[in-house]
Design a binder for this molecule. Sequence first.
Ligand SMILES: NC(=O)c1ccc[n+]([C@@H]2O[C@H](COP(=O)([O-])OP(=O)(O)OC[C@H]3O[C@@H](n4cnc5c(N)ncnc54)[C@H](OP(=O)(O)O)[C@@H]3O)[C@@H](O)[C@H]2O)c1
Length: 195
Amino acid sequence: MGGVGMFAVALGKHYFGAEVTTTVSTGKMERAGQMGAARVVDYTKETYTEVLENTADVVFDTVGDAEIYRVAKHNSTAVSVAMLPDRNGLDHFRHESAPLSLFGKAKLAAAKLIVGAVGWYLTRGFRSKGIRYGYVIMSPDGSDLEKTFNPLLENGTIKPVIANVYPFTTEGVQSAFKELMAGHVAGKVIICVKD
Ligand SMILES: NC(=O)c1ccc[n+]([C@@H]2O[C@H](COP(=O)([O-])OP(=O)(O)OC[C@H]3O[C@@H](n4cnc5c(N)ncnc54)[C@H](OP(=O)(O)O)[C@@H]3O)[C@@H](O)[C@H]2O)c1
């Protein structure tokens, strides 16, 4: 349960009214319960794909493990923010700001083909169980957040966990990225632009 998973657990319970199961490492078991998880599996001690096999109506993947399809029930739904998109998901890359635009227009089609093929291969497990799979790229939407999120923050239902706050300086930004890249951050890493 990292920065994204933490909010996914809280929204799953408090916005969608779901009974949420999440995987975490040992030190985060209690925190996951506080965020709203009904069941917490320590993925460092148990093979979560075995413990949770065929139990989920909806899977939200923040890890990118191709084996996660095993957790989903047949004909259920899975959404990933961490795996590669399948062919359908490649439409997300049409925006110029998307990572694949770095290849330049001429090479974009070839890059899409490769990403699509690898994504298609990685998501074969979902197809074998008839699971609807979608890869999502977030685009921040203030008004959506205001409607969905603000009430839950304001009434204290969701309490964001802040791992660290860094100043908006070269060293501050470098340290923030170092912390993120090391993985296993407990909460959000903040860069404070304005005091
Ligand atoms: N598509 C998009 O628009 C979008 C947007 C934001 C982020 N992302 C992607 O979403 C992913 C998560 O982002 P994040 O900011 O939450 O990263 P993060 O803070 O590094 O979180 C990743 C977490 O996954 C946890 N985890 C849970 N189950 C796991 C398992 N079975 N095996 C390995 N790790 C497991 C780890 O938790 P422990 O600390 O307990 O080990 C780790 O902290 C990243 O790949 C990021 O690139 C995509």
